[in-house]
Design a protein around this ligand. Structure first.
Ligand code: DGL
Length: 274
């Protein structure tokens, strides 16, 4: 029973790998810290190659393979592809290539349309990067979950990059606010009630998006974290693991290729963690 062996191993170690083109995956990692603080986390930010949005599927898949190998070499037992763009381009191929490793991906939460309360105005859009928007996986998802095209779709060219830049340069606040507004204000006149956030960078500025566009934003990140917890916890496992949660997580930026430990409390930088 190879699956069971795999599950046993996860429970013993709880070593989880995550990656994104940059800090977008923090929107999943922050949820995991809350739900499963006792696990150890290995996070790769592929910032040497960010943003992924304008890149080809082939390029993103090659990056995903290299990063998965790096994470597996560090003993992770499960990998979260904490990036909609990389999930769309490469998760099927990752699962095929690294058969012993469970992969959890992130996809735009189009199901949200059906679970919104009846009777309310449900004018809804989904926001993605260019690459996710063009991907076959997103097209298939949209056709399956939104066959009557109730949800409008917009690809945003710059938003992920702006968020990434501001994270590392919080002193550029005025410039960030200006560019953020430039990027999104064309959507104001449409008066959407909901925005599905189809890039993991976007939940980091969720409140800003809600305020600027006067709507409610919908993010899948807590569901993704819950899925990881479900996969790494056997039924009847005692809730108290006995392990003291680390204050740190392990972080690799591909710009300098050095693993370092970072404090979990500093995760959200200039963005308020929720
Ligand atoms: N955070 C990523 C996503 O969810 C990638 C953004 C980018 O690099 O363009 O799509």
């Amino acid at each position: 029973m190879p699956d069971m062996t795999n599950t046993d191993k996860i429970i013993k170690e709880k070593k989880i790998g995550l990656f994104d083109s940059g800090i977008g995956g923090y929107s999943v990692l922050g949820e995991l810290f809350k739900l499963m603080p006792e696990a150890s986390y290995y996070y790769v930010s592929d910032d040497a190659n960010a943003p992924y949005g304008p890149k080809s599927d082939e390029f993103i898949t090659e990056r995903s393979f290299n990063i998965a190998e790096e994470l597996i070499a560090h003993g992770v037992e499960l990998i979260v592809v904490a990036c909609n763009t990389a999930t769309a381009a490469s998760i099927d191929l990752l699962r095929e290539k690294f058969k012993g490793i469970p992969f959890v991906g992130v996809e735009p939460y189009l199901n949200a349309y059906y679970i919104m309360p009846e009777g309310l105005e449900k004018k809804m859009m989904v926001l993605t990067t260019e690459s996710t928007g063009k991907s076959e996986r997103f097209k298939r998802l949209k056709e399956r979950l939104d066959p009557d095209s109730q949800i409008d779709h917009y690809s945003l060219k710059n938003l992920a990059r702006l968020i990434e830049d501001y994270y590392y340069h919080p002193d550029h606040k005025d410039q960030f606010e200006k560019e953020f507004e430039n990027e999104l204000s064309f959507l104001k006149s449409h008066h959407y009630a909901y925005a599905i956030l189809g890039c993991t960078h976007y939940p980091l500025v969720r409140e800003r998006i809600e305020k600027l566009l006067d709507l409610k934003a919908i993010s899948p990140c807590s569901h993704v974290a819950q899925r990881v917890v479900d996969l790494t916890t056997i039924k009847n496992e005692s809730k108290v693991s006995g392990q003291v949660p680390s204050k740190f997580y392990n972080f690799l930026s591909t710009s300098n290729n050095l693993w370092i430990q970072k404090n979990r409390e500093s995760l959200h930088g200039p963005f308020k963690g929720k």
